[in-house]
Design a protein around this ligand. Structure first.
Ligand code: IVH
Length: 692
């Protein structure tokens, strides 16, 4: 019995430890242990629970996924309605909102302050904890009744399954604790997901919001679990047994009990502008306690400046009366609280006309329709092309040449056509027909089973060759920086380059013979090609352009195989043993390795002089086992510093913790530098790093 008791307490201990590290990572953004250590603890717990299922509880960190798919979402009423917000669209309207409060409360001067934070462009969700344990998660629905999406929300690693014990409670929180927030996808994660969607032949998501909403609406929780979702929380629903008197106090409660708030600390550029923000005092990662409406307007302007640099989409800021007693006095009108306003930002959408639709051929042969637009200024940027994604998207939106359309750019996402203004469609308009043949080589295009894209499968298609070469020479691949897109196209057109290896067979005279090519620039190109021969195995594998093999996978492959020949002989079983490589990627790699041309080409490149820095993907050992953090403006590109560290076996992490060995800091380093000093982490300049 004693033994079993020990196991029970070991399981409890492991759960507590994992929750603690989740908190450090997701809420404080300050991890203390490397991911590998975390994984080890996680697997220990998993193994113990498997051996002793009697101790398995649904609130265990191992139990995020594991339910069967649903047939539909159940409708569940909210204990307290989820309201919407009234909007304001200008400084004047914000002042009018403030004046309305004064009038309503019949006071000459405000006896309240404001709490402001970004307005997230995601999907509103309410999470219900009972006695400290996550019990239910609901969508907003019509505000009174939502849908039960608990299974999917449980899969979000950043959201605790168990609340942390707050200071004034001896045990977990008692009773009901409802917290509301927004589920979203970071812009970076969204881009990556869409690339994978497109590569896999699925329709890409229109924007991060749709991707997040689509993921939460999946009946199979495994799909939601595979999507990079985050939840940032902002307001309370029903909260029992806790007395909170203001929004500022609510924010500190959230932090204490382990719920992630709106924002993201780990963002250097944001920190810089944010640190310079004097009015109001900062609350949490991105909120501010503003003493007056003028301060709130200052906050609005600052966040508007920061907008494009934020790692997630926002469409304004929310200005809320901070004090809960005043909120109560103000009450609500038309299902919106009188005490808050969504101060919206100018839209990043615009209207224009499609002059022409063309079809571009990508490196993998995917035919992508592109709308050529009458140039239009959207969110400060002139847009003249927008993607139409794939034939089924065109079909769905019925986009045609000469149509008036709404286009949208969100952050750094490629601009896209959102919708057609049908009332402005010319009478003689004709439906757009996708070509049946590749516009570049004229071969019949095919639609592979289960994919929405049309593909050219001609391996010697000139457009595919061009795109593959552009990828091959790109900075993160072979880095032949003097070979621009135009020259690549000239070289293929002249028939001088038919493969990657042909680049290394080029002579100065070949280049000089091209139209508008001088002697000097030809020399530069040849030099740049020569220089690229000193490469690294991971870059080389990435450059070869195997489908689904991105930079990260290429790194894993290089690390695992160490040299090219071992990689070229890899089997599917061996590939599947590598972390991050699943069946889809491994079968694509094997397909390439089975191709005689592919293997021959890789070997030819080596015969022509391409070589790799040391064995094991050029991995030195000087920095092995060390973690670095990079911050501030450095004299060289950040990627270069990262490569320098990684090629010597070091790891680069996003945030400073006690485990950080060195902070590499440039100019204008902000919070990370402060943190490093506080934790006594040594700080190096780029020069100092190189002379380590
Ligand atoms: S506070 C309505 N804060 O925007 C009760 N809402 O368009 C007070 N939203 O229904 C909500 N970011 O779902 C609040 N930082 C934020 C928000 C936010 C996004 C959502 C919320 C609301 C909708 C109104």
């Amino acid at each position: 019995m004693g033994n079993l008791k020990d196991i029970a307490s070991e399981i409890e201990q492991l759960k507590e430890t994992l929750r603690h590290h989740d908190y450090l990572y997701h809420v404080l953004d300050n991890p203390e242990i490397p991911d590998s250590e975390y994984d080890k603890l996680f697997h220990q717990l998993k193994a113990l629970e498997e051996a002793h299922p009697e101790y398995l509880t649904p609130d265990s960190p191992t139990q995020r996924v594991g339910f069967e798919p649903l047939s539909q979402f159940e409708k569940v009423p909210h204990r307290r309605p989820m309201l919407s917000l009234g909007n304001t669209f200008s400084e004047e309207e914000i002042l009018e909102f403030h004046q309305r409060l004064l009038n309503f409360l019949k006071v000459p001067e405000p006896n309240w302050t404001y709490f402001c934070e970004p307005k997230l462009d995601g999907l509103a969700i309410e999470v219900v904890y009972e006695n400290g344990i996550l019990k239910q998660a609901l969508t907003r629905g019509d505000g009174s009744v939502g849908e039960d999406v608990t299974q999917n929300i449980r899969t979000l690693n950043s959201l605790p399954l168990t609340l942390r014990k707050s200071k004034d409670h001896s045990g977990s929180h008692k009773g009901i604790f409802e917290v509301r927030g927004e589920v979203l996808m970071l812009k970076e994660d969204f881009k990556e997901l869409n690339l994978a969607q497109e590569e896999a032949g699925h329709t890409p998501f229109a924007n991060p919001r749709n991707a997040a909403a689509g993921s939460i609406r999946q009946l199979d929780p495994k799909i939601a679990a595979s999507r990079p979702l985050k939840m940032f929380c902002y307001s309370p629903g029903v909260v029992e047994n806790l007395s909170i008197s203001s929004q500022v106090e609510w924010m500190s409660t959230l932090k204490e009990i382990g719920i992630p708030q709106v924002g993201c600390d780990d963002f250097q550029k944001v920190q810089k502008v944010w640190n310079d923000f004097t009015p109001g005092s900062r609350v949490g990662p991105l909120g501010a306690h503003c003493k007056s409406i003028d301060e709130a307007i200052e906050y609005y302007k600052m966040i508007l400046r920061l907008r494009s640099q934020l790692p997630f989409d926002i469409d304004g800021v929310v200005i809320k009366v901070n004090e809960y007693n005043i909120q109560e006095e103000l009450g609500e009108v038309a299902r919106s609280p009188r005490w808050a306003s969504a101060a919206k930002f100018p839209p990043e959408q615009g209207e224009t006309v499609i002059n022409k639709i063309s079809v571009q051929v990508g490196r993998t042969g995917a035919l992508t329709p592109v709308a050529h637009l009458e140039p239009v200024l959207v969110g400060g940027v002139t847009i003249s092309n927008a993607t139409l994604h794939n034939p089924s998207e065109i079909e769905r939106k019925d986009v045609r040449e000469k149509d008036h359309v709404i286009i949208q750019r969100a952050g750094d996402v490629i601009p896209e056509v959102v919708s057609v203004i049908l009332s402005k469609r010319p009478k003689d308009s004709k439906k757009f027909e996708m070509p049946t043949h590749c516009p570049s080589c004229g071969e019949l295009a095919v639609q592979p089973e289960g994919e929405v894209v049309l593909r050219c499968i001609n391996p010697v298609c000139p457009a595919r060759l061009n795109e593959s070469l552009k990828h091959f020479v790109s900075r993160r691949a072979m880095n032949i920086d003097k070979l621009g897109d135009k020259i690549v196209e000239q070289l293929t057109e002249a028939g001088l380059v038919k493969s990657f290896s042909d680049l290394y067979r080029l002579k100065e005279e070949d280049l000089e013979a091209l139209p508008r090519q001088g002697k000097k620039s030809s020399q530069n190109i040849i030099e740049s090609i020569e220089k690229s021969k000193d490469s690294q195995l991971n870059r080389f594998i990435f450059a070869l352009g195997i489908r689904f093999v991105g930079e990260q996978t290429a790194k894993s492959l290089a690390q695992h195989f160490g040299d090219l020949e071992s990689f070229l002989k890899a089997t599917e079983e061996e590939l599947l043993q590598i972390d991050d490589i699943g069946p889809k990627v491994s079968s694509s790699i094997v397909k390439s390795l089975d191709s005689k041309e592919f293997v021959h080409e890789a070997r030819s490149l080596v015969e022509l002089g391409v070589k790799f820095e040391a064995a094991k993907s050029g991995q030195g050992t000087q920095f092995s086992g060390m973690t670095f953090v990079i911050t501030g403006t450095l004299p060289v590109k950040r990627d270069e510093v990262k490569d320098y560290i990684e090629s010597r076996g070091g790891k680069v992490s996003g945030s400073v913790s006690k485990k950080t060995n060195y902070l590499v800091a440039g100019e204008e380093a902000g919070s990370k530098l402060e943190k490093a000093r506080a934790l006594e982490v040594p700080v190096l300049s780029w020069q100092e790093l190189q002379s380590l």
